[in-house]
Design a protein around this ligand. Structure first.
Ligand code: PLP
Length: 229
C-alpha cells in the first residue's frame, strides 16, 4: 500500500514538473510521518524514501534512533524556542522559522556545536489568522536580520496554504511564495539562497510543483488519514 502510494505520488510529481517544463530532479517528496508508527516509516524507507517530515520535537526524537542513519529529517511544524536544543545538528532542514527569537536560538546552538543549520522561513502568504508564519510583507526584512546570525543558512521559503478541497485555490498562494523567493534572491543577501521552496501537501502538491515547489510535504496520501487521540 505505502510503496504503491509513493510510486503514484512520484509519478504525479514528475508529470506536473514536466507539464510546466521543469526537470524531474527539481521537485522532491518529503514523507510526512507524524502520528504514524515506525513500522510504517520503515515501509516507506524500503520503498526508497529518505526524506521524512515530523511536526513535533518529541516524536522526532523518539523516531530518529529507530530509523536508519541515512534518513534526512525535516522539522516542519511549529518550533518552540525551548525545544531548539534537541534538534540542532540532528535534522537536515528546519522548515518553520518564523521569528528572530527562534533564529537566534538556532544560531546559538549551531555555533556551540560547530554546525551550520539550514533553515527555511515560513511565510503566511494568505494572511489567515490561524496560520503560523511571518507576514508576507515582513519576510524580507526578517531574512535580512536572520542572515547576519552565525551558524545559520537561509536556503529558502516554506508555506502552508489555507485548507481547501479545491487544489486550484492554493495556486495563487504558491505563486506568491515563488515570486517572493525570486525577489529575495535578486537582493543577493550574504548567507541567503532561495534554492528551496517547500510547499504543497496531499491535497495540492501537484499545483505546488507546477508553481515551482522543490519540496512537497505529503502525509495522508502516503500513510493514510491520521487519527488524533
Ligand atoms: C501534516 C503536515 C503536512 C502533510 O499533510 P497531509 O495533508 O497529510 O499531506 C504538510 N506540512 C505540514 C506543515 C504539516 O503539518
Amino acid at each position: 500500500m505505502i510503496s504503491e502510494n509513493i510510486k503514484i505520488i512520484k509519478e504525479n510529481i514528475l508529470n506536473s514538473a514536466l507539464s510546466v517544463g521543469r526537470s524531474k530532479e527539481e521537485a522532491s517528496l518529503i514523507a510526512v510521518s507524524k502520528t504514524k508508527p515506525v513500522s510504517m516509516l520503515m515501509e516507506a524507507y524500503e520503498a526508497g524514501m529518505r526524506d521524512f517530515g515530523e511536526n513535533k520535537v518529541q516524536e522526532l526524537m523518539d523516531k530518529m534512533p529507530q530509523m536508519p542513519e541515512d534518513v534526512r529529517w525535516h522539522m516542519i511544524g511549529h518550533l518552540q524556542t525551548n525545544k531548539v536544543k534537541y534538534i540542532v545538528g540532528k535534522v537536515s532542514l528546519i522548515h518553520s522559522v518564523e521569528s528572530i527569537r527562534l533564529a537566534e536560538e538556532i544560531s546559538k546552538y549551531s555555533v556551540n556545536r560547530g554546525v551550520t543549520s539550514k533553515i527555511l522561513i515560513e511565510v503566511n502568504v494568505s494572511g489567515e489568522e490561524s496560520k503560523y508564519g511571518v507576514p508576507y510583507e515582513s519576510a524580507e526584512e526578517m531574512i535580512d536580520r536572520i542572515a547576519k546570525l552565525p551558524g545559520i543558512l537561509v536556503v529558502g521559503l516554506m508555506t502552508v496554504a489555507p485548507f481547501t478541497t479545491n487544489p486550484e485555490d492554493s495556486r495563487m498562494v504558491f505563486r506568491k511564495l515563488k515570486q517572493l523567493s525570486v525577489d529575495i534572491a535578486a537582493k543577493n543577501i550574504d548567507n541567503v539562497s532561495m534554492n528551496v521552496l517547500s510547499m504543497g501537501m496531499s491535497g495540492d502538491y501537484q499545483v505546488a510543483v507546477e508553481e515551482g515547489a522543490t519540496y512537497v510535504r505529503v502525509g495522508s496520501d502516503i500513510f493514510g488519514n491520521r487519527v488524533y487521540q
